[in-house]
Ligand binder design. Structure first.
Ligand code: IPT
Length: 953
């Protein structure tokens, strides 16, 4: 005899999309029909299993006084009930589709509400859920409405007949795990809950049902054609265009087109007998033509990011202000495109993309990545039983978002292998909306798609694809190429952005890419700063792989975003100083330069001594001009001089203030002449010290003690840096895991053997060999100290010995200073830079505190180097380099930085540790992509570099 014990939870493991919901339709936030937000505090009861409780909580009159409360929208695991779980692609439960564990956290939600006094008595009403993870069963006033899955998609129920004026009881039972979880294996936190809005919408008689705004643009005639298909007939008016047409009736009028650069929207109204719905119409035509993605007849270059929805306290429950902040940050950093990885975002985000101008790849809520562990066996996307669920997801996305001009491409999902279900989705989408292109990266032969899309392809392969030498199916060879993910922005990095951009700009077929990803998904945590995978005791997790964004969890831009902004700037300003001109190139796809004003400034030794406006012709996209600069003023002999030219917003726009810097370039005029220090001083020994000019040394070891009265500790060669996530690399690229190889080699525990301390008439020379235990590799290192009486010069010569098969992390000196706080320098700034992340580094005079030099990567790692530093002052010392050097200073050692797991592990000490580096290893993006390109490797090679120290003040 078998006993069914879980009848209440049968639907949880049902692969079908659900029951009781209305067919999907276009989403709109406002109309003149009444609506009531049910967002707010709800009663909440958490059970450990799906069937722990019966349905009686849904009955009116149920006594929920003993229940907790949660905020809706929200995730209960971020509100003190249970805990979040982070896995990349592994399912955190046994893979046995469609079954889920018995331990299935289940949140019963109760909300009692009254209708507003003016709620119309007639007509219908619907109850809309914009997002619930992962499976919900819904009752209103004791009547079950149905159940649904599809976490980041809207679901509506008819509720008119059930609504009461006062005391409505809405009951929602939400299960963390369901059959739907198998389709939602995105690389992110698993966060159950009602995490998007819940709304009751009045539907007057004759209300608009579903409608489809078709608004195309003919770039030959400059005419827009508008036709609004509507389930319920009515009229469409667009006053600005003098349009007043019936639904279903096309009209062609002269218009300005919508593009991401020029997001021209026309306000209109769809009036049905029962309702007036505001429309925001953007005219544009997307086409695949000549093997290229064209909008309004012009090929576009995507300078995109992958955006997950994230807030460090609220998870994926984003408010409008946060969404707007994302859009503004993107626009201000020259980003022009978003892939909504890996699910349709909150619908209001797409309104913002329409309004501010961003190209959108709208991606379906579908990922089955965990099946890769079993070679995709039993993958739901290749199993007909799941196809209705896939089609339901496709339809809910397309129907909801079809009226957004910003959405130019539909994406079937992410990392779901291949299968008949995906083909069925593609066919359905094409049948419903022929006006957009289709994307799915997993379709390597492009059977179902319009774009050859890849993730993390290395530069050399991308170049081959650009040249059309990549082979593949006939169909694929004729398609444009995008990198739907590249430049993995985990921790310090991504390196190599400029090298990708150069390729995108060189080959028409390469239509750009989308950096992985926009934001670190760190969770605000009282003890850890920001938490990542494993911090909640998850038994399976993927650590800080969830923190790989261009902005920190609190949306502060990381150096990666600043670099990206520079690399993708829509105006190129360049020149070598010859002829007194700069070359200005308009790299927009659509806009001319009329929105920008240009300004020049002239620097002498990094200080701006003169500035003024620079007249630049209003160049059309693609055009460039050689623009004459003013005559430079006089500068002292030996000074380093140069121009900085900036392109600024001429007037405030919707996304940036007047004067906002869009692009810039620096043009050197005269180069630097490093100070020469005559070795005129003779080292003298007295009382166990060697005195040389302003300095004293330990006579036995040759160790520097003081310079001009400033104590200096531990000055010696340094090759170690706290490995970055990119240094550590990914398991599937074992050769490029330099962080691990360095540690294996022992570069974090170098021994410094003292071979000789030589005194001559003009120098103190200290000979050493720096090497790790257990191997015969080493670096012969000679420190040669000289002085002209007031300045002290150190020349370091390094000669590698043995077979150095790996590059070095860094090569330079480090030392400790007591009590340094303010730093000023002449060189690259204001932010950090490394060999392959240095485009945004601007040569100038900069100031900072030591604390502000640090970049707060969620998992601490090497950070904060400033490039091309000519000189730096801190702690009473001035150091000048020949050649220019990489500068960093921190209140902890690299070893402490290396040992830290979270920012809160870093405890400032009294000593400031300064690194002056002759070389730094490139960064790359091999935490999920290519390593630093060979030209950015720091090879162990003979090297000589010098520094001049003097006391300042
Ligand atoms: C790729 C995923 O699409 C994305 O969600 C994220 O996990 C990213 O990697 C890494 O952060 S998939 C991977 C196999 C390249």
């Amino acid at each position: 005899m078998s006993v069914r014990t879980t009848p209440a939870a049968d639907h949880v493991e049902d692969v079908s999309p659900g029951r009781g919901t209305l067919p999907p339709r276009s989403w709109y936030a406002s109309s003149d029909a009444a609506s009531l937000s049910l967002n707010g505090r709800w009663r909440f009861w958490l059970s450990a299993t799906a069937d722990a409780e019966d349905d009686s909580f849904a009955e009116p009159g149920y006594d929920a006084k003993g229940w907790a409360e949660v905020t809706v929208p929200g995730h209960w695991v971020l509100q003190g009930h249970g805990a979040p779980v982070y896995t990349n692609h592994l399912y955190p439960f046994p893979v046995d589709p469609p079954h889920v564990p018995t331990e299935n956290p289940t949140g019963d939600h109760l909300h009692v509400f009254d209708l507003p006094a003016d709620w119309p008595a007639d007509g219908e009403a619907v109850l809309r859920f914009d997002g619930v993870e992962s499976c919900a069963r819904v009752w209103l006033n004791g009547t079950e409405l149905g159940e649904f899955k599809g976490s980041r998609l809207p679901h509506e129920f008819t509720v008119g007949g059930l609504l009461k004026t006062v005391g409505n009881v809405l009951a929602v039972r939400v299960h963390q795990w369901s059959a739907g979880s198998y389709l939602e294996d995105q690389d992110q936190w698993w966060l159950p809950g009602i995490f998007r809005d819940v709304t009751v919408l009045h539907r007057p008689r004759g209300a608009a049902g579903d409608f489809f705004v078709h608004a195309s643009y003919d770039h030959v005639t400059d005419a827009g054609t508008l036709c609004v298909d509507s389930e319920v007939a009515g009229r469409v008016t667009v006053p600005e265009l003098g349009v007043d047409i019936a639904t279903g009736e096309p009209v062609t009028v002269p218009v300005e087109p919508w593009t991401a650069e020029t997001p021209r929207l026309y306000d209109g109204v769809l009036a049905t007998p029962g309702e007036r719905v505001p429309l925001r119409i953007g005219f544009r035509t997307v086409a695949l033509e000549d093997g290229l993605i064209k909008v309004n007849g012009t090929p576009v270059l995507f300078k995109g990011v992958n955006r997950h929805e994230w807030h460090p306290e609220r998870g994926r429950a984003l408010d409008l202000a946060t969404m707007r902040e994302d859009v503004l940050l993107m626009k201000r950093h020259n980003v022009n495109a978003v892939r909504t990885s890996h699910y349709p975002p909150h619908p209001a985000f797409l309104d913002l993309c329409d309004e501010y101008g961003l190209w959108v790849i709208d991606e379906c809520d579908l990922e089955t990545h965990g099946f890769v562990e079993q070679s995709w066996r039993d993958n739901p996307v290749d199993d007909d039983r799941w196809t209705p669920a896939l089609l339901d997801r496709a339809a809910r996305m397309v129907e909801r978002d079809k009226n957004h001009p910003s959405v130019v491409i539909w994406s079937l999902g992410n990392e779901a292998g291949t299968g008949r279900g995906l083909t069925a989705m593609a066919e359905w989408i094409r049948g419903r909306d022929g006006s957009r292109l289709l994307h799915y990266e997993g379709d390597i032969d492009c059977r179902d798609t319009d774009v050859y899309s890849r993730m993390y392809a290395f530069h050399d392969e991308v170049e081959r694809i650009g040249r059309g030498l990549d082979g593949g199916t006939l169909k694929r060879r004729e398609l444009p190429f995008v990198l739907c993910e590249y430049a993995h922005a985990m921790g310090n990095g991504p390196g190599g952005l400029a090298d990708y951009q150069r390729l995108f700009e060189s080959y028409d077929r390469l239509q750009g890419g989308f950096v992985w990803e926009w934001i670190d998904h760190g969770i605000a945590h009282p003890e850890l700063g920001f938490a990542y995978g494993g911090d909640f005791g998850e038994e399976l997790h993927d650590g800080n792989f969830v923190c790989d964004g261009l902005v920190f969890p609190d949306r502060r831009p990381s150096p990666g975003l600043v670099e990206f902004k520079k690399v993708i700037e829509p105006v190129r300003i360049e020149g070598d100083g010859a002829g007194g001109t700069v070359r200005v190139t308009n790299r927009h796809d659509f806009a001319d330069l009329s929105a920008l004003a240009f300004a020049w400034s002239y620097q002498v030794d990094g200080e701006t001594v003169d500035a003024g406006p620079l007249p630049v012709p209003v160049l059309a996209p693609g055009e460039s001009a050689e623009v004459k600069l003013p005559e430079p003023g006089p500068a002292p002999a030996g000074a380093e001089t140069g121009w900085t030219v900036r392109a600024l917003l001429a007037e405030a726009t919707a996304w940036g203030p007047e004067g906002h810097v869009v692009a810039w370039g620096q043009v050197p005029v005269t180069g630097r002449v490093a100070s020469s220090v005559a070795a005129s001083e003779r080292p003298a020994v007295s009382g166990g010290l060697v005195r040389l000019g302003p300095a004293s040394f330990d006579a036995r070891t040759g160790a520097l003690r003081t310079v001009g009265g400033v104590d200096v500790t531990g000055l010696r060669l340094d090759v170690w840096r706290a490995p970055t996530d990119n240094d550590n690399g990914a398991p599937w690229q074992p050769d490029a895991r330099y962080g691990l190889l360095w540690r294996e080699l022992g570069l974090h525990r170098m021994r410094h053997r003292l071979d000789a301390v030589d005194l001559t008439d003009e120098a103190l020379t200290v000979r050493t060999r720096v090497a790790p235990a257990a191997v015969d590799l080493g670096l012969r290192t000679v420190y040669r100290w000289t002085s002209d009486g007031c300045r002290l010069k150190l020349t370091v010569s390094v000669t590698p010995e043995g077979d150095w098969a790996v590059p070095l992390p860094r090569l330079g000196i480090r030392f400790g200073l007591a009590g340094a706080d303010e730093v000023s320098w002449f060189g690259g700034g204001p932010g950090e830079a490394y060999p392959d992340t240095r485009m945004a580094s601007t040569i100038g005079r900069w100031r900072s505190t030591v604390d502000d030099l640090q970049t707060p990567y969620v998992r601490p790692q090497e950070n904060g180097a400033r490039a091309d530093v000519r000189w730096a002052e801190l702690g009473g010392l001035r150091v000048e380099g020949d050649p220019a050097f990489w500068f960093s200073a921190r209140r902890w050692t690299s070893e402490q930085l290396d040992a830290a797991g979270h920012l809160t592990d870093l405890v400032p000490g009294d000593t400031v540790w300064v690194n002056l580096d002759h070389g730094q290893m490139g960064i790359g993006s091999q935490s999920c992509g290519p390593g630093a390109l060979p030209q950015y490797h720091l090879r162990a090679e003979p090297a000589t570099f010098s520094f001049v120290f003097e006391a300042n003040g």
